[in-house]
Design a binder for this molecule. Structure first.
Ligand SMILES: [Zn+2]
Length: 132
């Protein structure tokens, strides 16, 4: 996988031109681009800074359990309240809110496993709700 130096689009290894913007792709590995401090790495740095400010309580790498646990708590509480008031519609709304919460608060890297866990938990919670 190579990244376009102009727009950051992912391109196949060995591509000469970006499939998104058509810019010439250098065959430098990504790491040396970060060190060289060119336009691309500056853009990436700015993006990461922005993301960091959006979620300052989270670590730089890896899986954020805090988001998943708070998302799960939110799911249970909302499901109990909305499920009692609105029945199945309430359960669906509670699930949607919780998943949106996890996606928006987790960093991009962590949001995929968090989303999978939330989906499994939601499925379990919905089936548990209907088996009672
Ligand atoms: Zn491009």
């Amino acid at each position: 996988m190579v990244f376009c130096p102009e727009c950051g689009e992912r391109n196949r290894e060995g591509s000469k031109f970006c499939r998104n913007c058509g810019a010439l792709i250098e065959e430098k590995p990504l790491k040396s681009r970060f060190i060289s401090g060119d336009k691309f790495s500056e853009t990436r740095g700015a993006l990461e800074k922005k993301e960091y400010h959006r979620a300052p309580h989270e670590g730089k790498e890896g899986f954020d359990w805090g988001t998943v646990v708070s998302g799960a708590l939110l799911l249970v509480i909302l499901m109990l309240i909305l499920g009692r008031i609105m029945g199945f519609t309430g359960v669906l709304i509670a699930t949607s809110i919780s998943i949106i919460y996890v996606i928006s608060s987790a960093r991009r890297k962590a949001s995929v496993p968090a989303l999978i866990i939330m989906t499994l938990m939601s499925a379990a919670a919905i089936s548990a709700y209907f088996s009672v």
